[in-house]
Design a protein around this ligand. Structure first.
Ligand SMILES: NC(=O)c1ccc[n+]([C@@H]2O[C@H](COP(=O)([O-])OP(=O)(O)OC[C@H]3O[C@@H](n4cnc5c(N)ncnc54)[C@H](OP(=O)(O)O)[C@@H]3O)[C@@H](O)[C@H]2O)c1
Length: 291
């Protein structure tokens, strides 16, 4: 299997690279500055350099709050960059597995979102990702869009690493307790994306939109309590109190969906992927993080 991971230096991209190599796959990474998905020539050059079986796009503009004041860059990468990739994959007849987000939903529900549910992004980042999905659907049918949520892992900045740092600096943490979602371990998502790439090597069906997150819905507050309880076995923290607060008590530039639990049934069924809960995944991450 010969695979191209676009955005290989990011949080998810690094796990994709490591796991594809562990599977013994011929693995190539592409990221800024050498490969810029907003520049067609650089993408086409990257694709021409290898005889790939599949492409996974983990590249994105992911600064959710900064996107509110920088919509041009968010749309350039998350919509126009995806169009460039889609057209290049179409011309090379390559399946494109593209990662999207729970932020395409408005969060005004209380039951898990199906991939077919209507979207309603609230902020610039969510809109730019939603339009990225649309251009991919428009330009190239041999694709899988995999929406995920609340990514955490060993690489890059993420919520778990921020909580571990703040718990060592502060006495009180005030954490939002009225947003519901499913934390997702980047390593588990990487494994699922590679399973999908492997599926497409031998099947000519299964194109479409899917969801992948770890099992078990939680709030940021409850997630934080578990992170710090599990990390207490490794670390000494200054924090004495974790306080639940509401979203309105912690205003941010970009709105977040209040509920973004994703129904992953169609992905499990189609690709035979088994999902675990985020808690054992968090245990795995902390073991590696403190090693
Ligand atoms: N993080 C989350 O909680 C979360 C939740 C749901 C969905 N997702 C989705 O999951 C995917 C992976 O997220 P992540 O957390 O791994 O993101 P990340 O750590 O920000 O990684 C994204 C990578 O893409 C690169 N990139 C940015 N613009 C590019 C361009 N024009 N051309 C080529 N590469 C470019 C980035 O480079 P620079 O760092 O140099 O900009 C970075 O290496 C994204 O599609 C994201 O929307 C993330």
């Amino acid at each position: 299997m010969k695979i191209l991971i676009v955005g290989n230096k990011g949080q998810l991209g690094q796990d994709l690279m490591a796991q594809a190599q562990l599977r013994g796959w011929d693995t190539t990474g592409a990221d800024l500055p050498e490969c810029d998905i907003t520049h067609a020539a650089s993408v086409r050059q990257t694709l021409a350099a290898g005889d790939f079986d599949s492409v996974i796009n983990a590249a994105a503009y992911t600064a959710v709050d900064a996107a509110e004041s920088n919509p041009d860059l968010a749309f350039a990468v998350n919509r126009d960059g995806v169009a460039v990739l889609a057209l290049a994959c179409r011309d090379a007849n390559l399946p494109l597995i593209h990662v999207s987000t729970d932020y395409v939903f408005d969060g005004l529900t209380t039951t898990p979102y199906l991939p077919s549910d209507p979207i309603g992004p609230q902020g610039v980042y969510g809109r730019s990702k939603a339009e990225g999905e649309a251009v991919l659907q428009q330009h190239w049918h041999r694709h899988a869009i995999v929406r995920t949520s609340w990514l955490f892992g060993l690489h890059g900045p993420n919520f778990v690493k921020t909580m571990l740092r703040l718990a060592g600096e502060r006495e009180t943490l005030r954490i939002v307790d009225d947003q519901w979602g499913c934390p997702t371990y980047a390593g588990d998502l990487a494994s699922a994306l590679l399973d999908i790439a492997a599926y497409f090597r031998h099947h000519s069906d299964g194109w479409g939109t899917y969801h992948f997150c770890n099992r078990t819905a939680t709030t940021w507050y409850d997630f934080t309590r578990r992170i710090l309880a599990l990390a207490a076995g490794y670390d000494q923290f200054t924090v004495k109190e974790i306080m639940p607060i509401t979203t309105s008590e912690y205003p941010l530039p970009a709105p977040r969906p209040a509920y973004s639990v994703l129904d992953c049934g169609s992905l499990e069924e189609r690709f035979g992927i088994v999902r675990r809960s985020w808690e054992p995944a968090l245990v795995d991450m902390l073991k590696k993080y403190y090693k």
